[in-house]
Design a binder for this molecule. Structure first.
Ligand code: GDP
Ligand code: MG
Length: 365
């Protein structure tokens, strides 16, 4: 899943991008960069370490999340001008949004509104996203109305239904209800997926707190959480600056530092964990002497589709999957032992993969 990082200027987007991706993008020349920063965040999963110890493979490959820090295009952002042009194109393509909101106090970093007010900024950002969706809605409606003139049934009925849907989307957006929180059926969601409404995307708000505020992180989260409203939205407090510094250390050093500063679990873990929970992402594993690897899929994915994640040949030529749950594998010590005890399962195409499944795909192309 690709996630775009957005927010007001100098809220700490690039800092948090660096913390998540262990990147070194420039945080000093605000807005001066010409291209977006793109980086991968490694999804930490203690199960992968255990599997690695069991198999001692040549390489261990964690799941990754792609983050895009959209830097330069944010000139008018937060000014009620909506989002357009290249930025809208970039945001339309991604699967989710990470909104960074400033809470940290620092005289040397000016805030575009001069004061620190995360509630105001969350409202501004939500409004901006809604504006952009209203513009998308309007454009689509214009096109639809003009093609309705020439349309004959049943095409005409289909377009009418779509028009009705767009009208409802609009009035809900005007009542501050993001598309993700609107009551829509499966069919309607499918139609809407073509438009890439920004308020339909899963949204995680990262409140960028300072070191002092970090001690009250859970109170800050509780206070702001109500601004999320509805499904596919969540909020987390992180200290961008500290997290970026810690991301520059070795793993062991970072653990020590975290302990001494009571900095809790890393921003990376928090952000990834919340995205997984919010979007309904789960992990399955493939294992072997050459490679142990974690794969991310959405809940409800079938074995054949999961196989397609690994390689299209595995989906095309899928025969069966040999499956064992992670816990069972740990208990038995090896797949060979699981096979011997008849615990290794053979599952067909439509088996719904579970979190922690260790799978071997049998295929023929
Ligand atoms: N004190 C403090 N400064 C921060 C924090 N996060 C970011 N900054 C500073 O704020 C400035 C802008 O950060 P940057 O990540 O470039 O913001 P962006 O414009 O949203 O990408 C930089 O000077 C950062 O060092 C934080 O948590 N605490
Ligand atoms: Mg930046």
């Amino acid at each position: 899943m690709e996630t775009a990082i957005i927010g007001l200027p100098k809220s700490g987007k690039t800092t948090i991008f660096n913390a998540l991706t262990h990147g070194k993008a420039d945080t000093k020349s605000y807005g001066g960069a010409s291209a977006p920063n793109i980086g991968m965040a490694k999804v930490l999963d203690p199960r992968l370490k255990k599997l690695e110890a069991m198999y001692r493979p040549q390489r261990t490959v964690p799941a990754e999340m792609k983050f895009i820090d959209v830097t330069v295009f944010l000139k008018g952002f937060g000014k009620g001008e909506g989002i357009g042009g290249q930025l809208l194109n970039d945001l339309s393509r991604v699967g989710a949004l990470l909104v960074v909101v400033r809470s940290f106090r620092d005289e040397s970093v000016p805030h575009p509104e001069n004061t620190i007010d995360p509630k105001r900024d969350i409202a501004t950002l939500n409004l901006e996203l809604a504006f952009s969706d209203l513009a998308i809605q309007e454009k689509r409606l214009e096109k639809l109305v003009s093609s309705m003139k020439a349309a004959k049934s049943p095409e005409k009925e289909r377009l009418l239904k779509e028009k009705d849907l767009l009208d409802r989307i609009k009035s809900s957006l005007e009542q501050d209800i993001p598309v993700r929180a609107q009551k829509l059926n499966e069919d309607e969601r499918k139609i809407l997926s073509n438009y890439q409404f920004l308020t339909a995307k899963p949204l995680l708000i990262a409140v960028n707190v300072d070191e002092e505020q970090l001690a009250h992180a859970s109170e800050i989260e509780a206070d702001l959480l109500s601004l999320c409203g509805g499904p596919l939205c969540d909020l987390v407090a992180v200290c961008g600056k500290l997290e970026m510094e810690l991301a520059g250390l070795s793993d062991d050093e970072a653990v020590e530092f975290r302990k001494s500063m009571s900095a809790g679990i890393s921003a990376l873990e928090q952000v990834v964990h919340r995205f997984y929970k919010m979007v309904g992402l789960i992990t399955f594993f493939t294992v072997g002497e050459d490679e142990v690897k974690a794969w991310t899929i959405t809940q409800g994915t079938t074995a054949v589709k999961a196989a397609g994640k690994i390689h299209s040949d595995l989906e095309r030529g899928f025969i069966r999957a040999e499956v064992i749950g992670y816990e069972e594998l740990m208990r038995l010590g090896s797949i060979a032992e699981a096979r011997r005890q008849g615990i290794l399962r053979l599952e067909g195409k439509n088996y719904v993969v579970k979190d922690g499944d260790v799978m071997t795909i049998l295929f023929n192309v």
